[in-house]
Design a protein around this ligand. Structure first.
Ligand code: ZN
Length: 578
């Protein structure tokens, strides 16, 4: 725990008494009081709040290319045509599955052929975009699209990421959908557009094509830097075939820090209970590691003679319980972008979390952690989480299993690391190994093996690390040119009549943190400016990844309108930047 030095008052007092020098009673009393105060009030350490820009201090950027902004937000025909394009995209089920084989690009590549259909659809729907942008396929289905003009040659491009794939629909859940998941139905009565992927991530992908198509139609052309669309096809399955390959390809072409900036899916703009808006721009992601813990037991055999230790299932269950009972400690560090978000909420939306404003004023870490504990989405921004997602063992009612496997999924807090997470798990594994005479080894993500405890008569624990990812770097926020353009464009978008009909809503912009990972995790070396943010209006019941995934036309239009302004704003306002 950062900033927390445990103080044992009794021991301190004993030491004082042992000292040979005479100490006056009043001096001892004063020291005891100081120690008591320290123990009572500083257990979790005082918080040093970061000096950050007020989230309400961003001025709207009047768009440098106003063009069709009004039409995008207020024209019924534009709305219906863009919805029909999104609906068409949803109708092509670009589902991606875990452990899918690599794409071959061949016509009979059954698993991936929908991606070819999807790209044909984009080409047919957005001919203007494909006329201006070059289109390269990376690893068969990754889409790399580049718009370079005479003036932008040799300049650092601005990259916009998204992904074509969607999480699969569980066939047993289809009955529960209001409209079939791959029909892309728009219901004007409640303004919902339904379908798998309508939020994640086709809303962003289609918004990019809609806004660019309109910009081209209206005569916009980049003059400062090339524009890149980098669109993966397996983001929902770790992105190793799509996002990772696209990032590698871009790195080969542009080199370290070769991109001016990058945006990806992630943060949205939420409406506060007060009727204001807050754009949550995400400059960093938590880390990640899956741990496959396998116990190979020699205590297997006939079910009629169970071993004293209970066998593999009992020991592995004990491990699960022991990990569960030892959750990771939350820690608020001043560099955590979510702390700025809490400062913003405490000032402008005091009812957001009960007790938040008071806790923030007290500057006490423990009080602030108490205030966040009522909302897991917020609480988890300050700690590593562990989720037990798979448990496998046993095949026969009368046979003790040879093996048990537990898979624990971790999202690593900004203050921690893959190694610290591994150590935490290993501590529990070693305790059980000693208790039950088992050996222990660790297999790292790169395949290296380490024997941690060599001897064990009753079997062996293997802890295997998969998909390990350290928490990402934190991109600059207030004061950085790109961040300020993103913030000012957000403010201008939500000051438009569609979102702010009475003109009295405020628009705040704050950094936030992501508990999940996106394709952007592979782009670390390409730019220091990485923002997971689409500015789209948050739809509270959007049911992302589950039954009745849905968005609203308002959310969709907010995303198109924002990008329609952002692209020319960056082109014009980032001119002096490297
Ligand atoms: Zn996504």
């Amino acid at each position: 725990m950062a900033g927390y030095i445990p103080i044992d008052a009794k021991k301190a007092l004993k030491k004082l008494r042992e000292k040979k020098k005479p100490v006056s009673i009043s001096a001892v009393a004063a020291l005891v009081l100081v120690l008591l105060f320290t123990v009572l009030f500083m257990r979790k350490g005082d918080l040093k709040l970061p000096e950050c820009k007020d989230c309400g201090a961003y001025n709207p950027i009047s768009p440098v290319f106003p063009g069709s902004l009004n039409k995008i937000l207020n024209d019924e025909a534009f709305k219906l045509s863009s919805i029909s394009h999104l609906s068409g995209a949803v109708q092509i089920p670009t589902q991606v599955f875990d452990n899918s084989p690599d794409p071959t690009g061949k016509k009979d590549d059954f698993l991936w052929r929908n991606f070819t259909v999807f790209q044909d659809y984009l080409q047919k729907t957005y001919p203007l975009v494909f006329e201006k942008f070059s289109f390269e396929k990376v690893n068969h289905h990754g889409m790399l699209m580049t718009w370079e003009t005479e003036n932008t040659k040799g300049k650092k491009p601005m990259a916009f990421l998204s992904h074509q794939d969607v999480v699969p629909v569980d066939p047993t859940s289809i009955e529960k959908w209001t409209h079939p998941p791959f029909d892309g139905v728009y219901d004007p009565k409640n303004d919902y557009i339904y379908g798998r992927g309508v939020v994640d991530c086709k809303l962003l992908l289609i918004s990019q094509f809609e806004s660019l198509s309109k910009l081209i139609e209206d005569g916009f052309e980049p003059t400062t830097r090339p524009i890149i669309l980098s669109i993966g096809f397996d983001e929902e399955a770790m992105g190793s075939k799509g996002g990772a390959k696209l990032a590698e390809f871009l790195y080969e072409r542009y080199g370290e820090h070769g991109l001016y900036g990058i945006t990806d899916e992630g943060g949205l703009t939420a409406k506060t209970p007060e009727g204001d808006y807050i754009g949550m721009v995400i400059p960093s992601e938590k880390g990640y590691v899956d741990m496959f813990i396998t116990l190979d037991s020699t205590e297997s055999g006939h079910g009629s003679i169970p071993p004293v230790d209970g066998g593999a299932i009992v020991i592995m269950s004990k491990l699960g319980v022991s990990l569960y009972n030892d959750p990771y400690e939350p820690t608020i560090t001043t560099n955590n972008p979510a702390l700025e978000f809490l400062q913003c909420a405490a000032k402008y939306s005091p009812d957001y979390l009960p007790g938040l404003s008071k806790a923030m004023k007290s500057k006490s870490q423990s009080k602030l952690l108490d205030a966040t504990s009522s909302n897991l989405n917020i609480a988890y921004l300050f700690k590593t989480t562990q989720a037990m997602d798979i448990f496998n063992s046993g095949v026969k009612a009368n046979a003790l299993p040879e093996q048990a496997t537990l898979v624990v999924n971790h999202r690593i807090g900004l203050h921690s690391s893959v190694n610290a997470t591994k150590d935490h798990v290993l501590e529990h594994v070693l305790d059980l190994a000693k208790e039950n005479d088992l050996s222990v080894s660790v297999v790292y993500a790169d395949g290296a093996k380490e024997v941690v405890k060599p001897d064990g008569k009753h079997g062996n624990f293997t802890v295997t690390l998969y998909s390990s990812l350290e928490p990402t770097k934190i991109s600059p926020t207030a004061g950085d040119a790109l961040y300020e353009i993103i913030a000012g464009t957000t403010v201008n978008t939500y000051q438009q009549t569609l979102f702010n009909p009475h003109g009295n809503a405020s628009v705040y912009v704050s950094p936030f943190l992501s508990t999940g990972n996106m394709d952007m995790k592979y782009y670390g070396k390409l730019s220091d400016r990485q923002y997971r943010y689409t500015a789209a209006l948050l739809v509270p019941d959007s049911n992302i990844h589950t039954v009745d995934e849905k968005t609203t036309s308002k959310a969709f239009l907010s995303s198109i309108a924002y990008l329609y302004q952002l692209i020319p704003n960056i082109d014009a306002m980032s001119a002096d930047e490297d």
